[in-house]
Structures are given as C-alpha cells and as structure tokens.
Design a protein. Structure first.
Lengths: 217, 796
C-alpha cells in the first residue's frame, strides 16, 4: 500500500476517502451485493438513456438530473427514519468508504458528519443548484452555462453517494418494505445514464462495483 | 412521530356514512337531558285533554276515524288566547308526535306509533297550524325583551318554542323516512309535505328561510332565548327533505350529465368510498393478505416536452414499469416504440411501498381496451381524470418547445410534434372529464356575451332553485350566523369570548348542586354542542352540493361568502385538537335517551355509571361531523390557488396529519386530498420526512394526469395571481346573479321608444322662459346648424 496514486487517494483534503484499515464486511454490509430484484419494465434502460436525435444534450442531461434528484430524495425518505445520528454517526459506504462534506459556506474543509446531516446538506446543495437560474435556466432560449456538464458531474457523484449509503447501510429496510425492485431499477437507470455520458469517475463508483457488475450489463 | 403511530391504539372504525344517523338516534338527539322531565308533562297534558273527549278507551285502541276526529278537535282548541292553555294543547300534540309512549311497552312500539301519529297529525293539518304559532312566537317581542333582561337565559325561556319546534321536527323526520311497507296514503302525504315545505305557504317562501332568519336573529343578540339547537336540526332536516340526501344527489348528477350530453360517470363515488380501507400503520412483515397485485396505472407522457420549466414539474416516475396498457396491439409499432420509448411509460408504483408484494411478478396481460373509455387500472380506487385545460396546457408547452408558437385552445392539431406527444395526447383525451360545472360556466359566459340573441335563460323552478332565490338577498348574513354558531360550539373555543350563548336551551333554571348533577349537565352541554356542530356541518355540505349541481355559480357564491367569513381557519381550528379523543368521546347517557327514557323508570344514576358511558367504539355524530367538515374544506379549496395557499399559510399540514390517526377510510381520504393539494408547497424536506403520507396519497386519492403534486417547487406560488383569480370569480358570480335575479333595469339594451304619440306625450322639464325664447332657440340650435352627415360614419 504505497505509491503516489494511493497517496492522492488517501489525501485528507479529498472528500472521498477509502479508510486505511478496515474489517472485513459484516453480513449486513454484504446484503446489497445479492440484490437482484428488478422491475420487469419491458424496456431497455440502456437504450432509453441515449440522447435522442435532435435533442439538445444539456436539456437531456438537465431533465435527468432533476428527475434523479427527486427520486433519490424520496428513496432516502423511505428509510430516513432509520438513518439517525446514532445509527449512522458517519456518512459511510460500508467499513471501507467514508464521505466528508465540503462546501463554500460552513465547511471549507472536508468535515466528517453524520449521515442524516450529510444527506440534508447534500440535498439542500443540489436543490440550490437546480433552482439557480444561472445553472439550470428555465426560460426557453436561455442557454446553459459553459461549465454545465462539470457542475452536473459534481451533482451526480454526490447523488451517487446517497445510493451507496442506502444500499450498504439500509438495504435491510428496503427489503423489508418490499421496494428492492424499485430502488434497483432506479439505480440501474442512474448508472446507465452516468455511464452513457461519462459523468462519474470510476473511482467514485467503486463502492458499489460488485453489485453493479451483477445488476447492470 | 409518524402519522400512523397513534393508530396502533385505534382499531379500524366500523362506520357507515350516510345522510344521518339511525332513525332512533336522530330523534333522541332532538332533546337535551335537561328536557327529560317534560316528557311526563306532555303525557299529563294529553291525558287530561283526552279524557274530556274520549272515555274508557286509550289512544291506541281508537279507530283511525276517531283518532282523526280527536286531533281535529285538539287543533281547534289550539286557537285560544290564553298562552298557557295553548301550551297545554301543544304539549298534547307533542305527546302524540312522540308516540304516546305511555301506552307503549317497548322502544320499537314508541317509534312505530310516533311515526303513525305524525302522519296522522300531518294529514289533519297540524303542520300549518304550528307554523302559524311559530310565527307568532318568533314575533313575540315580549319574550325577546324579557329574555334580554335576564342575566342568565335558561331552558325555561324557550319552553313554547321548544314544543313547537319539536313537533315540527318529529313530523319532518318521521315523514321523511321512507319504508317499503308504507301505505299509499303515506307516500302521497310525504310528497305533498315535501312540496309544501319547498314552496311554503307563508309568502310563498320555502320554510327553510324562516329558520335561517331565526338563526340570524339569534346571532344578532335580539333573541337569545331561541332554542338554537332545535332550529338548526330542523333546518338541516328540512333541507334534506326538500332537496334530497346524498344518494338522491348522485342520481340527480347522473341524470343531469345525461341531459347535458356528457359521458356517464366512470364510477359511483359513494360506492368507491364505502369499499376503501383505512390505511394501516406500515407493516414491516410481509402482509400478503393485504397487498394487492397492483400493476400500477399507466400513463403516457411525452417526456420530450421538457424544457427546464417543466423539469421540476414532470412526473417522470412514469419511466419505470409495466407493460404499457394503452398501447394498441400493433406489432409493427412495437419496435418504433422501443426506440422512442422514453415517451411511452407506464407509471410505476415507486411510491407504492407499503402494500407491494415483494416478488413482483410479470403483470397480468390486459385485455385490449376500447379506444373510447379506458378502464381504470387495478389497485387504485379511482379512475384518473384530466381537465380540458390540462390538455391545452400540455400541448402549448410542447408546441412552444418543438415548434415555437402556440395555437391557443386547439387540442386537435398535432402536426410537427413528435410521436410520443401524439400518444400522450391520446391518453390524456381518453381520461378527459368534463364536469357539469364546466358546461354551466361556458353557458353562462355565452349568455353574458349574447343577451339579445340567446334571450333569457330558462331556469326550472326546482326546490333548490327556489331556496337559492329566497336565500340570495340575505345569504351573507345566513352564512355568518351559521359560522358564528359553529365557532361557539367548537370544542376548541373558549366560552368567554363568545357574544352568543348557545347553551340557552340546555341549561336548567337552577344550577346543579351535587357532583352527580354537575357531571350530568357537563355531559349534556357537550352533547348539545356536538349536535349543533353536526347539524351545521351537514347542512352546509348539503347546501353546497345541491347548489353546485343546480348551478356552479350558486355554489361559488355561497363558497365565497363562507371563505370571506373565515370558514377555512375555523375548520382548521376545529381540527387543532385531539381528534381521536373527540371521535371517541362518550357524551351520552343511554338510559336518558329517547325513546328509552320515555318507557322506562329512570334508574339511579351514579358517577361511576356516568363515567363509564356506553360501549360504543366511537361517537357516530362526531365522526360524521369531522368528515363533513373535511369535505366542506375540500369543496372550498379545490382548484382555488388562493385558498390552497391559505391552507399552507395557516400551517394546516401538521394539523391534518394528526387527523390521519383515525382509522377510518373516508376521513383519511378527505385529509389526504387536502394534503395532496398542498404537497408541492411544503418543500422537499417535508416530502422526505413524510413518505408514508405520500404513499397513502398515492394509493387513495384520485390521480390527475400531468399533475406534479409530488415534486413541484415553488414556481406556482405567485401571490399576485391569486387575488386576481378571486376577483374574476367574484365578477362572474355577480354577473350571474344579476342576470338571473335582478329586476330588469334600464340598460343599454332596453329598446328605444319611437312611437310618436308616446314620445310627444312625455313630460319634459323645460326652462321657465322657454316659451319666450323658443323661436330664437330653434333658429340658433336647429335651423342654422348644418348637419354633419360624415359624423354618422365616424366611430366614437
């Protein structure tokens, strides 16, 4: 465990830190790996995410970002009463990964927060972007900003973290509620979309790699 | 925490909603327990009078003719000057109406004879006689002033009125009730009575108006002795009798739709609500018994029409799911659909998390559906609806994006729009619902525009129409009076701040001394208030429903007055209490209820027996009132932005959520509807923390296609539009009322008089010296003025 690459990864200033030492996962953390149920939609999500001819890329991306935001918000909402300061004192994705929050206001440096707090800040932050006319213009004719895709990448990687936390820590609740299929399908859609347009780095996708390989082709 | 947590304690309530409670229950609520002593009084008055006319026999033993003869005589004896003697005779009549219980053995007997006697009394003209007396009592200024002078008004001050109103109430209730076994004569009598009350004798006005005016008089403070509970009960039942109850309303609606050429209703709402189940607390074990194999409803949506302004509004839950139920089975188009598949989506049950069978199987294949009417999908109780304006709006958005210009209200031209949009419009049209109100508003608009060519509207003179016409003039006062009383009777009201005393007809002359008496009075007072709330809530709901069917602007007129009189915060205030304990309140003493108390010896009451109450699961009238108030609130706020925002501003969401603890499907439905219209204004945080409520809304409330209730941001909350909305509505209402009901005035459209004789015959005011100067005037003003013919061609 050495080398410049890993040093970069373990850098304190990054918000995404795989933990140095970790215990082999307990059963709960492994649960999601066996996730399988899916809604048989009779349609191919991989094809569905492709940019239709004549459609503007930014438009297409923007619609999806907002959709995913709304959906992911609700998904988190269904298990949110089980995600507390006590149950999840740290925003983590299993024993291996931990997320720290950083923004332009209170948290100039990446700070470890409890999962519920992290989620709140995350959602508020995404919502603020979405409601910002300069980033997501509403009137027909107003163009998207030049760095739109870059902003979107940041949004989507952060939204991905919600999936990570929900799958790894709260999948038992999801299964209990019987909403496996729905959450999986939403995840698949999300995954295919970000893959299609290369909107999330491979290393960010690492925490759910096994599950993804199984679920998405 | 969660809205359903409390309901672990509350079992599902077996409640059957209807026009009113059971017959016996309704009759017993007429009396307060303090009045119980008067039952014996009535009996004595009757028996004293009876034995002067008939010897040796009892009433029940008499032949019908003899009974009729006796009643005729009794009514004659009513016309005496002495007030005391009149009261005694009135009490005798009341005893008859109460079922001559002295001669009965069982409650069933009492009710039977009560009904029999009431028909008899009616046929002998008792109602009109008592109506005269009622008028006299109302106008009795002496009674008013003596009541005003008293420091504390009690039940004794309303004795005469109570007897009169009780007789009338018993007659209305008994005759209103229909039984299969009723003889022909009774049926005719019922119809005659109904007509009489609708187009009443005095001043050709409906009887209900008299009762409304009693309520306003009471509220004005000039008649504090009026027994307001009886007035309101009678008013409610008279309206129900003359206009019809809920089932009659449903039948009328079906009929009216047919008359207007509208397609029949997709479902019978009364039946649907009856079969709905209350939402249970989230079950974490797989409750397969309850879960329904729900292929969630499909809806097609053009996703393409999605410039950013629709981003947050698009309900794209429709991406996921089941086979498209509405696709026509054409194999050729299948591939095309696959590639353009983002447009064809079925709505998923993503929010349907509670009752989902975890092993979601393939959805059962649906039988091919007819193109005209689409059957609504399994699993949800209501068929989705779309308004014409929703279709127009959707098309305008799409046209804006794809073509760049709009076509107004055209919903047929689809050229230039992508295929998915065509499909969407097709689905939207399949679910289009045109309400009677839509047609009425359109007609009203046309009548406004073309008064000459369309002429005067032909308005059928139904009881509802007559009532509205009669109420029109003082309608604001009537509504304010009803709401004032409702406020005073609400459990959350502090008695001190009220200017009206609604307890006048329940408080005994002497205040209670013992603990037992106090307890009894306490129960009596609460019961009294509950009954008042019940009658007002039911009355208002019935009026609104009837007026809406009759003409939507009549409904809007009444609604506006209710809203301006602060009905919305009043109802919210009412719900700002522990609803569960209100509904399970036990404010009744069954041994003191009529008819039980009339035939049995009153047992010893103890504080323990009073505390124990009855063994009913819940209080029927309170649950009934709650549901009606919620229905009322829904009717006032539906489709009205400004009023919906009032719900948000008054922070009604937590109050309404608490009401969800009651496990009764109908009540929950109306709460969920109120929450649904507010959801998009409550913010993401609320939605995130209230997923269970969101799920319940999804499952129980009718879906409106293209309705972004679950996601929308604050884009819609444009406050400056709301006032404009209310003002336009007000203008339309005023135009409607003046067009239909105002005396025709000199308007621009009155014809010009061009008959020479009559014009010359008109008297004109000429200045005094005119006959000296008229020649000069003529010269100057007429003969020397050139005629400017061009002016005729100019528009002014």
């Amino acid at each position: 465990m050495s080398g410049p690459f890993l040093k970069q990864v373990f850098n304190k200033d990054k918000t995404f830190r795989p933990k140095r030492k970790f215990e082999p996962g307990t059963q709960r953390f492994e649960l999601h790996k066996r996730a399988q149920a899916s809604l048989n939609a009779g349609l191919d999500l991989r094809l569905a995410v492709q940019l239709p001819p004549g459609e503007d890329l930014h438009d297409w991306v923007a619609v999806h970002v907002v959709d995913f935001f709304n959906r992911i918000n609700l998904i988190y909402g269904t298990i949110s009463d089980g995600c507390t300061e006590q149950s999840c004192p740290v925003m983590s994705g299993g024993p291996k990964y931990e997320y720290r929050w950083q923004d332009e206001h209170k948290f100039r440096k990446p700070t470890a927060l409890s999962a519920p707090r992290y989620m709140d800040l995350l959602m508020d932050w995404v919502e603020a972007q979405i409601n910002d006319e300069e980033v997501f213009p509403t009137s027909v004719g107003t163009p998207f900003p030049k760095n739109f895709l870059q902003t979107v990448r940041k949004i989507l990687s952060r939204l991905f973290r919600v999936f990570v936390h929900v799958y790894i820590h709260h999948f038992d609740r999801i299964a209990q509620m019987g909403s496996e299929a729905h959450v999986n399908t939403c995840y698949k859609h999300f995954y295919y979309f970000v893959r299609e347009f290369g909107l999330i780095d491979a290393k960010e996708l690492e925490p759910l790699k096994e599950m993804t390989t199984r679920m998405c082709h | 925490m969660s809205p359903f947590q409390g309901s672990v304690d509350c079992p599902t309530l077996e409640f059957e909603y209807g026009d009113a409670d059971g017959h016996a229950a309704e009759l017993s609520e007429l009396y307060s327990y303090t009045e119980n002593l008067e039952f014996t009084n009535n009996r004595r008055c009757f028996e004293e009078d009876f034995k002067t006319q008939v010897q040796g026999k009892e009433w029940l033993e008499l032949e019908e003719d003899a009974q009729k003869a006796y009643v005729m005589g009794l009514l004659d004896r009513l016309e005496v000057v002495s007030r005391e003697r009149r009261l005694k005779v009135a009490r005798a009549v009341l005893y008859l109406a109460q079922g001559t219980f002295g001669e009965c053995d069982s409650e069933v007997d009492v009710l039977h004879w009560s009904r029999y006697n009431c028909f008899l009394l009616y046929q002998m003209g008792t109602f009109s006689a008592f109506l005269e007396l009622l008028h006299m009592e109302i106008d009795n200024s002496q009674a008013c002033s003596s009541a005003l002078r008293k420091p504390a008004v009690s039940i004794a001050d309303s004795t005469e009125l109570r007897v009169l109103l009780s007789v009338m109430y018993l007659m209305v209730e008994n005759i209103r009730l229909e039984r299969e076994t009723d003889p022909c004569g009774w049926r005719t009598a019922r119809e005659t009575f109904r007509t009489e009350l609708s187009f009443s004798m005095h001043n050709e006005e409906p009887f209900a108006l008299l009762l409304f005016s009693m309520a306003t008089k009471f509220c004005s403070g000039t008649a504090p002795h009026f027994p307001i509970k009886k007035v309101l009960l009678l008013l409610w039942k008279v309206v129900m009798f003359t206009l019809g109850g809920f089932e009659h309303l449903q039948a009328l609606k079906v009929q009216k739709r047919a008359e207007l050429g509208l397609p029949p209703l997709a479902e019978d709402s009364i039946q649907v609500v009856r079969s709905m189940r209350a939402a249970s607390p989230p079950s974490y074990t797989l409750d397969l018994g309850e879960s329904q194999l729900a292929p969630p409803p499909s809806k097609l949506r053009g996703r393409r029409g999605s410039r950013r302004q629709l981003l947050t509004k698009q309900d794209s839950l429709d991406i996921y799911n089941e086979r498209d139920l509405f696709k026509t089975e054409e194999p050729a188009t299948e591939e095309e659909e696959e590639s353009a598949s983002e447009g064809e989506r079925a709505l998923d049950g993503e929010l349907d998390l509670l009752e989902q069978d975890p092993l979601v199987p393939r959805p059962p294949s649906q039988a091919p559906l007819s193109a005209e009417r689409v059957a609504f999908p399994k699993g949800l109780p209501w068929a989705p609806k779309v308004r014409q304006k929703d279709i127009e709006h959707f098309l305008e958005m799409s046209r804006n994006k794809f073509i760049g210009f709009t076509l107004g209200q055209d919903t047929d031209t689809l050229v230039g729009l992508p295929r998915p949009i065509h499909e969407s419009v097709k689905t939207l049209k399949q679910h289009k619902y045109v309400s009677i109100a839509d047609v009425q508003m359109k007609n009203a608009e046309e009548l406004e525009k073309c008064p000459m060519s369309l002429g005067e509207e032909v308005v059928p003179e139904t009881p509802c129409e007559m009532l509205y016409q009669g109420m029109l003039h003082s309608l604001p006062q009537y509504m304010i009076a009803l709401l004032k009383i409702l406020l005073a009777a609400a459990p959350t009201s502090k008695a001190k701040t009220d200017s009206i005393n609604i307890l006048a007809d329940v408080l005994p002359e002497e205040m209670p001394i013992t603990v037992l008496q106090s307890m009894k009075l306490g129960i009596d007072v609460n019961r009294h208030k509950e009954i008042i709330v019940k009658s007002i809530a039911a009355l208002l709901l019935l009026l609104l429903k009837h007026f809406k069917l009759n003409h939507v602007y009549q409904f809007e007129y009444v609604s506006q007055h209710l809203v301006f009189a602060n009905c919305i915060p009043l109802i919210l205030k009412f719900f700002n209490q522990n609803i569960l304990s209100y509904i399970t309140a036990k404010n009744s003493i069954s041994v003191l209820d009529y008819p039980c108390c009339a035939i049995q010896e009153l047992p010893e009451l103890t504080t323990e027996s009073l505390e124990a109450g009855d063994n009913h699961q819940f209080c029927w009238r309170n649950l009934f009132s709650c549901i009606n108030l919620l229905r009322l609130l829904n009717k006032l706020t539906k489709w009205k932005h400004s009023r919906t925002m009032m719900l948000v501003v008054f922070k009604s969401a937590p109050i309404l959520k608490r009401a969800l603890k009651v496990k009764q499907a109908m009540l929950q439905l109306y709460v969920l509807k109120l929450l649904k219209i507010q959801t998009k204004y409550l913010g993401r945080q609320w939605r995130k923390s209230n997923m269970k409520t969101m799920s319940a809304i999804y499952q129980k409330v009718r879906h409106r296609m293209n309705d972004d209730w679950a996601y929308g941001n604050d884009i819609d909350a444009r406050p400056w539009d709301f006032q404009a909305e209310e003002c336009t509505l007000r203008a339309n209402i005023e135009a409607f009322n003046s067009r239909r009901y105002d005396r025709p005035q000199d308007s621009e459209f009155s014809p010009v008089d061009n008959c020479l004789q009559s014009v010359l015959g008109q008297k004109l005011d000429l200045p005094e010296d005119f006959h000296y100067s008229y020649e000069l005037w003529l010269e100057r003003e007429v003969f020397s003025q050139p005629i400017c013919w061009e002016e005729l061609l100019q528009s002014h």
